[in-house]
Design a protein around this ligand. Structure first.
Ligand code: FAD
Length: 317
């Protein structure tokens, strides 16, 4: 079976859920090989990657890799593509992942597809474009298919494999050292899951009315173990930090469940959430455009609906 490279997304050695999703997806395309870049590799990491189907694990764990932004990871993958001729490469469609995918495509003279929500036989990728207005299937026709897949595209399913380790000594080029990391700021707030990885997201918009009122959005999120998001109207008003903005100029999320309260449904907001599996809309205006893509809708005042929903969820444990 041909090899499929999966770039491991980790923060200081802690493997993100999206990596397990990519390994699950890779198993349907060939034999998955995980690619570890940066410090933090451990026996526990090896066991986790093997548990989710990594036949091989390429490990380049030099400290130096973490000191530079995305270039070392693109160089590592380019080298493995040249040495191993894999059937394809999967990375997470995060900000960094997409940049790595683009750089890798240039280095290997290959085609790249970003923001896929599924990948099928022959590396045919499903994605939604034009702010979610159109769904398309695309295939790379040149070089090695490089596909950046959105978090939550597929549920992670364990299927133990050998997890044979192979160390890779990476010598960075001068250009890989061009941009150095000076500080890392963690985006978690209140111990909630990371926004782009969360299985459930509860977002508030202008209809929430104030920064203080975001407490009811947070309470609903906490009752569900969800992340909190916000529309640009809410972040621009200073009601919620910009790093939680969902949409074209914010984060792209694709959770199992997206609850939008007091958000009208502008195309720029939809662009960041419309591939969510189930969409629940709470809005006092029955004509709000977001209802068009809702699976469930509540026409009502969110200040009444949201606390009652939280109460009901808490009651049911
Ligand atoms: P509004 O459009 O004002 O909608 C508020 C909604 O709340 C209304 O539907 C109203 O009926 C409802 N409401 C009011 N009170 C209540 C209540 N008590 N109970 C229930 N419902 C109530 N937007 C983003 O979100 N993300 C982006 O990344 C983004 N990027 C952009 C990029 C560009 C280049 C541009 C031009 C715009 C961008 N926008 C983005 C802005 C976008 O066009 C909208 O202005 C924004 O999404 C509107 O936010 P909203 O839905 O919260 O506010």
């Amino acid at each position: 079976m041909s090899e499929v490279l999966v770039l491991v997304d980790h923060v200081e050695g802690e493997i993100k859920k999206v990596t397990l999703e990519l390994l699950t997806l890779a198993r349907s395309l060939g034999a998955p090989s995980a690619v570890w870049a940066g410090p933090g590799y451990s026996d526990a990491a090896r066991a986790r990657l093997a548990e989710f189907g990594a036949e091989k694990i390429y490990v380049a764990d030099a400290e130096e890799i973490a000191q530079y932004v995305v270039a070392p990871r693109a160089e590592l993958l380019a080298r493995l593509v040249a040495d191993r001729s894999p059937a394809g490469v999967l990375v997470a469609a995060t900000g960094e992942g997409k940049e790595i995918a683009g750089r890798l495509a240039v280095k290997t003279d290959s085609g790249v597809i970003t923001d896929a929500v599924g990948v099928g036989d022959g590396f045919v990728a499903d994605l939604s474009i034009f702010g979610g207005g159109v769904n398309v299937r695309s295939r790379v026709t040149r070089g090695t298919p490089i596909i950046a897949v959105r978090p939550n595209a597929t549920p992670p399913v364990a299927a133990p494999a050998a997890g044979t380790e192979e160390k890779v000594a990476l010598v960075l080029s001068d250009s890989a050292r061009a941009a150095r990391v000076v500080e890392r700021v963690t985006q978690e707030k209140g111990g909630r899951p990371e926004l782009t990885e969360a299985a459930i997201v509860v977002s508030g918009g202008r209809g929430v009315g104030s920064a203080d009122n975001f407490a009811i959005i947070e309470e609903l999120a906490d009752s569900l173990g969800a992340a909190v998001g916000a529309s640009r109207a809410a972040t621009d008003a200073g009601w919620y930090p910009h790093q939680f903005q969902v949409g074209q100029t914010g984060k792209t999320v694709s959770p199992q469940l997206y609850i939008a309260a007091g958000i009208s449904g502008a195309i720029q907001h939809r662009a960041g959430m419309q591939t969510s599996k189930t969409i629940v809309v709470i809005n006092k205006d029955a004509e709000a455009p977001l209802f068009e893509i809702a699976d469930f809708g509540v026409v009502g005042d969110l200040h009444q609906v949201v606390p009652r929903l939280t109460e009901e969820i808490r009651k049911r444990g």
